[in-house]
Design a protein around this ligand. Structure first.
Ligand SMILES: *[C@@H]1O[C@H](CO)[C@@H](O)[C@H](O)[C@H]1NC(C)=O
Ligand SMILES: *[C@@H]1O[C@H](CO)[C@@H](O)[C@H](O)[C@H]1NC(C)=O
Length: 169
């Protein structure tokens, strides 16, 4: 069975607000008590201020094919997977400026569709639909480990419940 990655579907449509909301990875964060929506259009990463006068800022540019996205709030990190670059990258973001991109993982990453940051242990988990693995590493890319590789077919998403120690795919 072959499925089109979520970000590919989105790329074919116009990059309208609705398309992004329905198709792409969305994350909510709270900054200054206003919810902020962080999402990727696959070519960039944007943050929408959801106060009455919605403002959208592009915070990271020039992605090849961004897919999954998550953030580590306490460390001001935004991390995402890029299919085109076959890597997982992060920037630190202070509310107005993003640092240069850092590829924390760039080997053995082919189809990373799901990604989640564990804010308690400062780790990043991701799925790879090509290698059929779920892996983990620290947020600086060290201590990489394959967690699951058997009886998995095209994993596409991963979610964590760090307080209870759960990983769900
Ligand atoms: C969002 O917009 C509100 C009202 O315009 C503003 O007070 C707030 O600082 C903004 N938040 C961010 C993170 O820019
Ligand atoms: C964020 O970083 C930029 C560039 O280093 C700096 O000019 C700006 O003042 C910083 N903003 C905050 C809120 O720290």
């Amino acid at each position: 069975m072959s499925r089109t990655p979520v970000s590919m579907k989105c790329a074919k449509m116009s990059s309208s607000w609705i398309c992004v909301m329905l198709c792409c990875t969305v994350m909510m964060s709270l900054v200054n008590a206003y919810p902020n929506l962080i999402y990727t259009t696959s070519k960039d990463i944007r943050m929408a201020n959801m106060s009455k006068s919605t403002r959208i800022n592009v915070i990271v540019k020039d992605l090849i094919e961004g897919s999954a996205l998550d953030f580590y709030y306490k460390g001001s990190l935004i991390c995402w997977a890029d299919h085109g670059q076959e890597s997982i990258q992060c920037v630190s973001y202070n509310g107005t400026h993003a640092s240069n991109k850092v590829a924390i993982l760039n080997t053995g990453i082919i189809t990373p569709d799901g990604l989640a940051c564990d804010w308690l242990t400062k780790k990043i988990y991701w799925t790879d639909g090509d290698t059929n693995r779920i892996e983990v590493a620290s947020l600086d890319g060290k201590y990489r480990k394959v967690l699951y590789w058997e009886d998995i077919d095209q994993p596409r998403a991963v979610a964590l419940v760090p307080m209870d120690g759960y990983v769900s795919s």
